[in-house]
Design a protein around this ligand. Structure first.
Ligand code: DGI
Ligand code: FE
Ligand code: FE
Length: 194
């Protein structure tokens, strides 16, 4: 399965994006080990999360035609590639719902994310080939406090969107608000590594 996925991605993605997806998959395994997640599952989700990223907007819309998606998301490749990737991963490799959702929501997050979803959301930002202001803090905290890392990753995305005067998709805000509430209510995920 993993070899087939790697072959498929090599043919679909630029070298740079392929390296990014391997970085996400490997970072996700480290997080799964730290927080008691399913290492095999997050590795696959990490590899596949951007599999639709280099398609055209039209191809993304065709893939997701049977999924309920609002008209704003349908105009944005930055937002739609998650949903399109989830559908494509299901079509091509019959991934389960957990992997499907981790791919679907990797850009925006959502309320009540599963452990696998949080791991992919954070790994996407923190993998070794990414480089931007504030990333060291994210890499420092992610192995000890996953929810803090999710909030930090969401903050980095929102700061980038504001600095560049980009439209903020409501779910991006909703998911950040939710995780802050979740963390403050004491339901946060703690590291299983002592
Ligand atoms: O696909 P990646 O580059 O690995 O990363 P990603 O899927 O997290 O994000 C893709 C792009 O989407 C990135 O440039 C930030 C952007 N993005 C994230 N949230 C929003 C957004 N763009 C808009 N317009 N609105 C959002 O809420
Ligand atoms: Fe992405
Ligand atoms: Fe990515």
């Amino acid at each position: 399965m993993i070899e087939k996925i790697r072959e498929e991605l090599k043919s679909k993605l630029s070298e740079k994006r392929f390296a990014h997806t391997v970085g996400v998959a490997e970072t996700a395994v480290k997080l799964a080990e730290a927080f008691g997640g399913d290492t095999k599952k997050v590795y696959i989700a990490g590899l596949l999360h951007d599999m639709a990223k280099e398609l055209t907007l039209e191809e993304m819309n065709n893939l997701t035609q049977d999924v309920e998606i609002d008209s704003y998301m349908r105009t944005s490749k930055a937002l739609l590639h998650g949903a399109a990737g989830a559908v494509l991963a299901k079509q091509t490799f019959d991934v389960d719902d957990e992997i499907y959702n981790a791919i679907f929501y990797h850009t925006t997050g959502r309320e009540n994310m599963t452990l696998t979803e949080k791991i992919i959301f954070v790994s996407d930002m923190a993998e070794p080939s990414r480089n931007f202001k504030g990333i060291e803090k994210l890499r420092e905290i992610m192995l000890s406090d996953l929810d803090d890392a999710v909030i930090t990753a969401a903050d980095l995305t929102l700061s980038y969107l504001i600095e560049n005067r980009k439209n903020i998709y409501p779910l991006t805000v909703i998911s950040r608000n939710y995780i802050i509430k979740e963390k403050n209510s004491g339901n946060s995920i703690e590291s299983v590594v002592k």
